[in-house]
Design a protein. Sequence first.
Length: 371
Amino acid sequence: MSAAQLTSDLARQVVERTMSVIGHNVNVMDPHGIILASGHDDRIGAVHEGALLAAQQDRVVEIARSEALALRGVQPGINLPLRSHGQLVGVVGITGEPDQVRVLGDLIRVTAELMVDQARAAESRQWRYREREEFVGHAAAGRLAPRELAEWAAGLGIDLETPRRATVIAPATRTQAHTEALRGLQRDLVQVRGILVGRVEPQELVVFSPAGRSRGPNQDAAALLHAAEGRLRHATGRAFTGSATFEQAYLTARDTLTVTGLIDSSGGAYDFDDVPLLALVRGMGEGWRGDLLAEPWQRLAEADRSGELVATFGAYVQHNASATAAAGALHVHRNTVRYRLARIGEITGLRMDHLPDVLTLYLGPVLGSGR
């Protein structure tokens, strides 16, 4: 809100707050003398000649009962100019005989001017939040040329040489409650000092935090994320610095969130260092090469109606290709795991005792997830 604005809503707040204290009718007018808010609703929209005179001459105008009869839309009272940052923004008027309400004039004016300044400061903060969110969205998506990025960052006071990590946050499910949780988190996060918040995708929130010794976002942001546990999933990428900070940090976080969602449907918090190979390959898997590598996994997924073979392979990989350890995790006999691995080999054409083949199948869900 610029210093030259006084909205009807703010004028109404001034009237309500001051009238509850002084016991007299209060009017708030714009610089043209038009009544924006009043204790008498039927006067709203009318021109107050006393207020118009106060605004034009930038002085206090007192009107006695005898003088009010000669003016249009005027009752006895006192009218005082309102200023914000040195500019006239309107007039506040108190109804009553001047001798009775004069002592209240400066009190009401100071109260009204404080409210105008507070509203202006709040609007300025909201503008800065929106500007930063827009910058984050464009920078993370790689839509800014280096010079444009540097100039915009400098204008916002953002140091591109500060190492930063990105944390990408998404609803755990597509339900309205989880989507609302994401919106609520965004409203809270923009208040946290030291971080930058924005969106690249409608259903994702990205938070950039200075890279410290601990993984994940800073302490305040982490506390807000913990409070939303169960409703939101999030993953943190690698730290980067320089002109490519935002794009690279975002991509590593986004790909980490994507691949962990494929291998663990329980949700939760993840870090790039938990799945570095999968996260990196996720970003390189598009195109016909990725299609070829994903084919064995797709054959397995189509043939495994119960999900039993996929779960067995997951346990086998998680336990370092040990059939015995996988059997223990699945609570089945070791020979059952060996049978299932053989069946996986028949479906995919890959050998589960051959590391390159195991790696090929391991990468399958990541490479095939975009199709």
